[in-house]
Design a protein around this ligand. Structure first.
Ligand SMILES: Cc1cc2nc3c(=O)[nH]c(=O)nc-3n(C[C@H](O)[C@H](O)[C@H](O)COP(=O)(O)O)c2cc1C
Length: 190
C-alpha cells in the first residue's frame, strides 16, 4: 500500500525548515509550509486530510510553538470537530537556540494537540548520547524522546546547522515512515 506523509511546519528564519527538509527526505514525505501569516497554501487542508501521517514542526519561540503554528493548530479545531485526523500517525519536531530552551514545552503542546485529534504518536525511539565521551555531532545529543529536538546557536545560519542534528532528523523521518509501513502491513494482513 502506498503511504502519504506530510511534514507541516513553520520556520521564521530557515532553521526549522532545514530540519523539516531532512525529516521529509528520509520519510519520503511532502512538505507543507505554514506561511508568515499562519496560513497554509491553497489545498493544504485537503492534503492533510488525505495523509496517513502528519509530522508537525515549529521553532520554539518563548518556550512554545510560534504564533503562526499556533494559529494553524487552532484552525485545526474544524478538523477536530469531525475527528478528521483520528488514527493518523502524528510526530513532531522543534528547533531552538538553547540546548534546553524549553523545547519540551513545545513538543508536549504538539503531543497534546495530537491526542485531542485522536492521532497515534510516534516518538524518536533513539538512544541519547549522554556519556562522558559524547560529542555534539552524535545522534540524539539533545536526548529527546517525545519528539525530535534540535539546537542551533542563535548566530548560526541554516547552512551551519549541526550535522548530528540533521542525521538525527533523518533517522526520525525514517522511523515515522517505517512505523507507518508496519501499521499498514498489519492492516493488510487483518
Ligand atoms: C521570538 C523568538 C523567541 C525565541 N524563544 C526561544 C526560546 O524560548 N528558547 C530557545 O532556546 N530559543 C528561542 N529562540 C531562538 C529560536 O528558537 C532559534 O533561533 C531557531 O533556530 C529559530 O528557528 P527558525 O529559523 O526556524 O525560525 C527564539 C527566537 C525568537 C525569534
Amino acid at each position: 500500500m502506498s503511504q502519504s506523509i506530510i511534514v507541516v511546519y513553520f520556520s521564521g528564519f530557515g532553521h526549522t525548515q532545514r530540519i523539516a527538509q531532512a525529516v521529509a527526505t528520509a520519510a519520503g514525505a511532502q512538505l507543507l509550509r505554514v506561511d508568515e501569516a499562519g496560513n497554509l497554501p491553497p489545498g493544504g487542508w485537503e492534503q492533510l486530510a488525505a495523509a496517513d501521517a502528519i509530522v508537525f514542526g515549529t521553532p520554539t519561540y518563548i518556550g512554545s510553538v510560534s504564533w503562526q503554528f499556533k494559529k494553524f493548530i487552532d484552525e485545526s479545531s474544524k478538523v477536530f470537530s469531525v475527528m478528521g485526523w483520528k488514527d493518523k500517525l502524528a510526530a513532531a519536531f522543534t528547533n531552538s537556540a538553547g540546548m534546553n530552551g524549553d523545547k519540551a514545552s513545545t513538543l508536549y503542546a504538539l503531543f497534546t494537540m495530537s491526542q485531542q485529534h485522536g492521532m497515534l504518536w510516534v516518538g524518536t525511539g533513539l538512544l541519547p548520547s549522554t556519556t562522558k565521551a559524547a560529542k555534539r555531532d552524535d545522534i540524539n545529543f539533545v536526548a529527546s524522546f517525545t519528539g525530535l529536538a534540535t539546537t542551533t546557536p542563535s548566530d548560526a545560519s541554516p547552512e551551519e546547522m549541526v550535522r548530528g542534528d540533521l542525521e538525527t532528523a533523518h533517522l526520525f523521518g525514517q522511523r515515522v515512515a517505517a512505523t507507518l509501513a508496519r501499521l499498514q502491513e498489519s492492516a493488510d494482513v487483518a
